[in-house]
Write a protein that binds this ligand. Sequence first.
Ligand SMILES: Cc1ncc(C[n+]2csc(CCOP(=O)(O)OP(=O)(O)O)c2C)c(N)n1
Length: 689
Amino acid sequence: MDEQIKIIDKYFDAANYISACQLYLLDNPLLKRKLKKEDIKKKIVGHWGTVPAQNFIYAHLNRIIKEKNLNMIYISGPGHGGNSPVANTYLEGTYSEIYKDITQDEEGLKKLFKSFSFPGGIPSHAAPETPGSIHEGGELGYSLSHAFGAALDNKDLIVACTVGDGEAETGPLATSWHGIKFLNPKKDGLVLPILNLNGYKISNPTVLSRMTKPELGSYFYGLGYRAYLVEGKDKNQIHKKMYYTLNKVIEDFKRIKNGEETLWPMIILKTPKGWTGPKIVNGSKIEGTFKAHQVPIQINTEEDIEILENWLRSYHPENLFDENGTLNKEIKDSLPIGEKRMGANPNTNGGKLLKELNLPDISNYELKIERGITKEEDMHKLSEYLRDVYKNNENFRIFSPDEAMSNRLYKLFDIQKRDWQEEIKENDEYLSKDGKIMDSFLSEHMCEGMLEGYLLTGRHGIFVSYESFVRVVDSMASQHAKWLKICNELDWRKDISSLNYILTSHIWQQDHNGYTHQEPGFLNHIADKKSEIARIYLPYDANSLIITVDHILKTKNKINVVTASKHPSYQWLTMEESKKHFEKGIGIWDFASKENPDIIIASAGDTPTIEALAATKIINKYLPEINIRFINIIDLMKLNKNHPHGLTDEEYDELFTKDKPIIFNFHGYPSLIKSLLYERTNRNVIIHG
Ligand SMILES: Cc1ncc(C[n+]2csc(CCOP(=O)(O)OP(=O)(O)O)c2C)c(N)n1
């Protein structure tokens, strides 16, 4: 063990060296000569505080992966220290395999250091560009929910997830600890949370770090964990503790898998913030304080350069790399190889593992209709189709915060149960350890985070939410949209299944709930995202809803938002008619239209369509001399000229005419339609929304 720890420690030095150099160096990557001002970046940006502890964790995880031949991925919660995952994936070789110019030599190191947080270079956070990452490290709070999502239906996988003690204060992270209550060890993978108790955030202490050890232990025990505290007076002692602790964790995991253990292991790693970095700069204590959070030394004077040089030399690069700048063989040989490397694990590039869904033929679910007379709950009808998607596919899950029933997904429960690993009582319904409907935890953050983790590791799913409360995860949706946008620019990132939302219990169907439950602004939020990613659909009845959901489940790399009706409501088109309409995304409904229109009545959304058709009927009755053209828009982005789905100007003018008045009945805020029509010829429009 002592020999192994010596090598782990060398690896730790190498990772710290490469991480620190990314912050500072333009040249002189191996410090073969004295450091000069010209070797150093003019603007130094990035984070140091979180980095050493994460390097330490990665080093030890590598050891246990190699020794036990584990299938493990790593999620960096405090991914603002992006130089850490970059350093580690460089050392294991994955980075150079993906980015061929970042070679495993002095020249490669020089390029790598320069590119970090530099114009035209790589982000300072864990990002899509970072091999092995399924997690954007900028916005804190989602790491653990991503980890749990990645572990679902992934029974051989272990997801190690570092959580910052500041990050742990966020709402989404604080609720995520409960994720273990939804993992079935027989069918799902395992998650190892590693809380890095480094004591500080940007400029404040952290709450968890000021709790006593018994308080912390009790807190995590109450949540269902056996917390292992790893701390030490010196490097050697803490290496040993981590070594033994990981051995114990793997033993615990074995017992959990065999059903012999109910407490889940987690690690509390207590290290100084900015560990191994500069201790004192300009009379201020840095290591072990919040001052280590970002850049520990700004370079203004010769003395600063000297402190930097001493710090970097403290890792002894001459003992880590050979003359050419290639990592020493004994360190290299200690690392996992091939897809066991956490940067190369295919689960972190989920498209590699993506299996297409086996989708049922939608004609089997057609609702036979009498136009404008038949009434049906669209979501209830959709649930027949979704039941069979579940039936045919192991790699599909629906996520909903306690709302699958309330959102009328009744038929799912004919064949599938809710995921629930806790006690089940007599009057509970549809709970099971083997259940795969993810609706038994009331947390939009967890639904979103787990679904993202599930998608990013190559599976499929849908988030079904009340329309107004999906806004709880606005920011998570934005981050995912950014992630997808960057992935689209990276050849090596393979296509993943789209992030699908069905928003129901919507603004026009509130019964007793009323104003508190009304907020259709998620559509505006998503409409603002990159047009190659954002899709918005407004089906008007059951058949159109089934067609829409069948479509979105086949798409890749998109964010699809579907608003849907759940109350008994009028039905308008047969399946065949709706298919044709959906293919166009927008069109004239002949049964409600006349030739040579005097006005256009347009609708988007289920209730606005009922109202617009009713208005058309009334006008036809009392003012038959007025010719109405009735247009329905199911694919909202047809209106956006700058969207890949957008109508051309000619198509738009053909449908809406160049000058006839348009009355537009819209599901959401009128401002959205205003912005979509801004560049169109005919803007003679009154919008009701
Ligand atoms: C949701 C969110 N709020 C605020 C920030 C700004 N921020 C960046 S790092 C940081 C402190 C993080 O502390 P911790 O999680 O303990 O990480 P570490 O100390 O390891 O850097 C804050 C507040 C953020 N990135 N995300």
